[in-house]
Design a protein around this ligand. Sequence first.
Ligand SMILES: O=C(O)CCC(=O)C(=O)O
Ligand SMILES: [Fe+2]
Length: 347
Amino acid sequence: MAETMVEPLSKPVQELASNGGEPPERYIYRGSDGIAPSFPLLEVPVVDLSCFASSSPLADQELDKLRLAISSCGCFQAINHGMSNSFLDQLRDVGKTFFAYPTEEKQKYSRAVDDTEGYGNDSVLSENQTLDWSDRLYLIVNPEDQRKLKLWPQNPESFRDVLHEYTVKLKILTELVLKAMAKSLNLEENCFFDQYGEEASMIARYNFYPPCPRPDLILGVKPHADGSAITFLLQDKEVEGLQVLKDNQWFNVPIVPHALLINVGDQAEIMSNGMFKSPMHRVVTNSERERMTLAVFCLPEADIEIGPVEELVTEERPRMYRKIKNFVSLYFQNYQQGKRPIDTVKL
Ligand SMILES: O=C(O)CCC(=O)C(=O)O
Ligand SMILES: [Fe+2]
């Protein structure tokens, strides 16, 4: 995921927030899609993952729900994913504890100017880029031999174990979900998983959004679609902020306690020949409360060529995307220039 930086890292947003005053110009969002004072709520389907794990009589019904969800809004709330509430709380707690430390402690894990991994904020790739109102901790968690442990916080003490355990669990869930996505279209269950590969990468990103003095002018994350195959998002337990674009309108994504929000990324849209939608989404800020989320991006192995599954290319539905390897490298080149990376592989 090499990005080319044009200037050194800027101040943590957390410091800007605690210093008060008017936020710097570079954070003001100038998109035409504006930030209204309120938004309608999106009805995100809730899918019971336990129905896919065994030969449940409810499997067919749940597969229909899954297909409808990811071919319309591009995301669903996954419940019965096999992780306890207390474990999800621990995952949130280690992140919140880390971001609550003084800057010096966090900066032990700072990302290098020419890297994406570590503690830091929005990578500055162009002079006129609008910055996101968030600080992050971005870590490759899989394959395990690619972990850079020097960037993994040693405090709180349980941080590394908890994130490791989450990775192991999500690896299993990724396979389950990719197979269910194939079955929901009556395809051979391995058709997406084979393209994804056994040694796929998983990248974890803790997103920390300090309270923002101008939620009417500033976004936590600019509009984007994920470059992954699928993304798991552990939302903040109490504070909303995520919005999804549907029918050209922004909707708030509700918090479903104990659920994981799973969304389709560009690479699953490509593999499904556009049957599944990689939704545009963004994060709004609020002036009262901080918010923290944990996103895990699941990316197909970089040297496997991905492309639309042949069964999904028909006369009525011609091939929409060309085959591509290492989609992620192309992703960043286009994203910060305000282009949708997936458009560059459209036929
Ligand atoms: O924090 C959120 O709700 C979403 C973050 C997100 O979209 C991302 O990290 O790609
Ligand atoms: Fe995202």
